[in-house]
Design a protein. Structure first.
Length: 189
């Protein structure tokens, strides 16, 4: 019988433990979109398992917070789907990958969701359509972007009633509540 050093024994145990967790993580990744749905799967990715705790990277802290409330349901579905003994799920933005990288590693469904996501900027387009159907050129710089925004705000507020105090366009609900716009009401407080 040969004696092995404690260091080599612990090293081999660590390798076995890590490989088991990696296999579990691969199983989770295969069914993740099915368990949480395609929208959530596009915004949250499992990254590791440590001592029965699944770590999930999210695209934003808002997603992390919302998923915390769904943690128990997701945990039950995962444990039932692939019969794991996960005890908890931790959501964090810490290891979130670039969405393009995540799509390359993910499914076609995730890629399709990313293509349709409203926050995605498409560089090859030179114009976009407004609500009225008019073509508006995409901004080249921040000044042009601001001018486009100001134009859109003016067109939306064109038919609003005016505040009797400052004569600015005011939503009707503010006039019903305070008889003046919210800015003038805040000044009086």
């Amino acid at each position: 019988m040969s004696l092995k050093s404690l260091h080599s024994v612990l090293g081999s145990l660590e390798i076995q433990y890590q490989s088991r967790e990696q296999r579990q993580l691969q199983r989770i990744l295969q069914c993740w979109a099915e368990v949480v749905g395609p929208v959530v799967a596009a915004q949250a990715q499992p990254t590791s398992i440590q001592r029965g705790v699944l770590r999930v990277a999210t695209s934003s802290s808002a997603w992390a917070q919302n998923l915390v409330f769904e943690r128990q349901r997701i945990l039950e579905k995962l444990n039932a789907k692939i019969s794991l003994c996960l005890s908890d799920i931790r959501f964090s933005t810490a290891q979130w990958q670039n969405p393009v990288t995540a799509i390359n590693a993910g499914s076609e469904q995730q890629a399709q969701l990313w293509q349709q996501h409203p926050s995605r900027l498409i560089q090859r387009l030179t114009s976009t359509q407004t609500d009225t159907g008019a073509e508006v050129p995409l901004p080249v710089d921040s000044t042009q972007a601001f001018q486009n925004w100001a134009r859109a705000v003016r067109s939306r507020s064109q038919d609003l009633p005016l505040c009797p105090h400052c004569h600015c366009p005011t939503p009707p609900g503010e006039l019903e509540r305070w008889q003046i716009c919210a800015l003038c009401a805040a000044k009086t407080w």
